[in-house]
Ligand binder design. Structure first.
Ligand SMILES: *Cc1c(COP(=O)(O)O)cnc(C)c1O
Length: 369
């Protein structure tokens, strides 16, 4: 008799389904029997610019030390971050992507008997990390697909330890303004940790979008998480960071795997921070691509959720699963988000002009067939 290991897993783990990632280009190329170069992937909110040459050079230099363990304290990267954003290095926690930060928070602060509060249509890492440690989830219905911050405050109870908010949110692209954040932070009990996930903040500048780092000095229960995976173009390397009071960082660093950010990633992130031009160019491509996709969707008679990220959730007006299958047959990979409670939407990452055009042409063809 073989053993039922699922039944042996922690109760929270039994309820989990694995995170669905964007289909790899190589996999679809094999399935369709075509060249990977013919595939357009707009599924994982990756940077369409291609790697930053400065980063490639930094990685090449770091390769000479490949036999050594990385700097577990991430001294140089923390120094650079603290300089760039005027923050205390003692408040920085480095992560293997910011997913790791979310997971470390869950392992440090959540467990059976406690709960986390987050919104419907929020990032999938919150339920995964919360359930994996046996904590409860309080999922608050959204308003127009965005966070209902008042509703989230009302959901906090004596067992709540963490509240996850994403600004802008993935997969909806929705956001809230400085006053809303201010009011929210003022009302969260001081023993509830607020994780403000700013994975897309580098794309989202504007007076109506707060910079979470500016609130840290007044709120000792705030942790701002950021990533190098999106605007900085380092998705493959897995580097993210949390910024908080040193007291919170001290707790997180007790749980963190000692070498969670590898040397090549650390070197790359340092070089990426030095190149503001890459970020500026990325924003430019993103804004132009957003207009192109919005115009293209309007021409197809489709609606979408206005987004401040590098992606758009498009309402295809019917079950999106067959539309997604049709797009795959056309060599276009996007992200169906039925798993986020949005079965009629496809999330499309904003690509280059050529990639966006390929997507729009394929979508028009699939919808007409
Ligand atoms: C992409 C994303 C992240 C970060 O992913 P990492 O690659 O692990 O840094 C975090 N939060 C949200 C909302 C995201 O969309």
């Amino acid at each position: 008799m073989s053993c039922d290991f699922l039944a042996l897993a922690q109760p929270g783990v039994q309820q989990l389904s694995p995170y669905v990632t964007g289909k790899p280009i190589s996999e679809l190329a094999r399935e369709l029997g075509i060249d990977p170069g013919e595939i357009v992937k707009l599924a994982s909110n990756e940077n369409p610019q291609g790697p930053n040459p400065r980063v490639l050079q930094a990685i090449e230099q770091a390769l000479a030390e490949l036999t050594r363990y990385p700097d577990g304290g991430g001294y140089e990267l923390k120094r650079k971050l603290s300089e760039r954003f005027d923050i205390d290095p003692a408040g920085i926690t480095l992560g293997n992507g910011s997913n790791d930060i979310i997971d470390i928070v869950a392992r440090a602060f959540l467990g059976p008997g406690s709960n986390a509060v987050y919104s419907a249509h929020a990032f999938a890492a919150y339920p995964i990390s919360t359930q994996a440690v046996g904590a409860g989830s309080k999922v608050v219905p959204a308003i127009d697909y965005g966070h209902d911050l008042d509703g989230m405050l009302a959901a906090i109870d004596a067992q709540t330890r963490v509240i996850f908010v994403a600004n802008p949110n993935n997969p909806t692209g929705t956001w809230f303004g400085p006053q809303a954040l201010e009011d929210f932070l003022a009302r969260v009990p001081e023993d509830v940790l607020v994780v403000l996930d700013e994975a897309y903040i580098e794309y989202a500048s504007g007076d109506d979008l707060p910079d979470g780092l500016g609130y840290l000095s007044r709120h000792a229960n705030l942790l701002v998480s950021r990533t190098f995976s999106k605007a900085y173009g380092l998705g493959a390397l897995r580097v993210g960071y949390g910024v908080s009071s040193p007291r919170i960082a001290d707790v997180l660093n007790r749980v963190r795997q000692p070498f969670n950010v590898n040397s090549l990633a650390q070197a790359a992130a340092c070089a990426a921070l030095d190149d503001q031009e890459y970020l500026r160019r990325g924003r430019e491509i993103n804004e132009a691509g957003k207009r192109q996709l919005e115009q293209g969707c309007a021409a197809l008679g489709l609606s979408w959720i206005v987004s401040r990220g590098n992606f758009i959730a498009v309402n295809v007006g019917r079950d999106a699963a067959p539309v997604n299958q049709g797009l795959l047959r056309e060599g276009v990979i996007v992200r169906p988000i039925a798993g986020y409670g949005m079965p009629e939407f496809l999330r499309v990452s904003i690509g280059t002009e050529r990639e966006n055009a390929r997507f729009l042409a394929a979508l028009g063809k699939v919808l007409a067939s």
